[in-house]
Design a protein around this ligand. Sequence first.
Ligand code: NDP
Length: 293
Amino acid sequence: MKLIKGAPIADAVYEECQRDIAELKAAGHTPGLAVVLVGDDPASKAYVGAKDRKCQELGLHSVKIEKPESLSQADLLALIDELNVDDSIHGILVQMPLPSHLDEDEVILRISPEKDVDGLHPINVGKLAMEDPTGFAPCTPSGCQRMLVESGLETEGKHVVVVGRSLLVGKTLALLMMAKGKGANSTVTVAHSRTRNLEELTRQADILVAAIGRANYIGANHVKDGAVVIDVGINRVDDSSKKSGYRLVGDVDFDAVADKCEAITPVPGGVGRMTIAMLMANTIRACRLATGA
Ligand code: NDP
């Protein structure tokens, strides 16, 4: 069994980013990312902090905008309007989830598609479906695809079963894997909570992707011998032996499944490491598209 760790693959992406940033800076352009956080949800704060730190490390122009929970929809939209016309900003990310009084769909729609480095604007989802390379694919699915490519795992003609149909992960990963080209050309099945006989279906997968949000849900009975398993899930489970009182586990019961697999990603230390790397790569590409450099 091969363990597909996220860190070395993310580091390879960061090395590419550093080369690109140096080239862009030499041409007079510094890629800029604005990350907007509304409220003080601890997990969102941690994600935003990590994104900001990585920008600083790479030498990207980073703007972290923190707003109180009480921010109105109109003020959030006005902030996005400002960022849309700010030439020093090439990527805008509004950290989700937003407080419940705010309309996430309207916020995503307001971000200029050219700056939507999270890849959730309908224009970018449409471009992904149309295989238009000027669009941005969401970061976590792109990271999953990159892990397959960098691990030398064939995807062409393989049966990929994705469990989960969110736009953020499952649905967009399905689009990426069924597209033409390297790391794609797969035959894709998407399963969700209304799928019947899930085990029967997932056992047909050459490549099984779990993006469900249920701790250790995928067990040995879901996986055929020799499958590749990509675990997107990040779930907290109680663990009194930890100072925090919890530990992170995936959607896949790693201990039950690992021995059956050709390759598998761990949680933590797997797909999660890729998401920020792909965000940086998207921001650099947004800068290239905006400046023509
Ligand atoms: P969502 O809750 O938006 O979607 C979960 C999907 O799983 C839904 O399509 C749902 O089906 C499906 N599902 C739920 N229960 C079952 C079941 N019993 N059998 C089959 N399908 C089921 O979650 P996300 O897509 O946003 O995230 C999925 C997981 O990935 C989470 O653990 C999240 O924390 C993690 N994640 C990790 C990231 C990373 O960087 N590694 C980034 C983003 C997410 P239905 O549509 O019918 O409700």
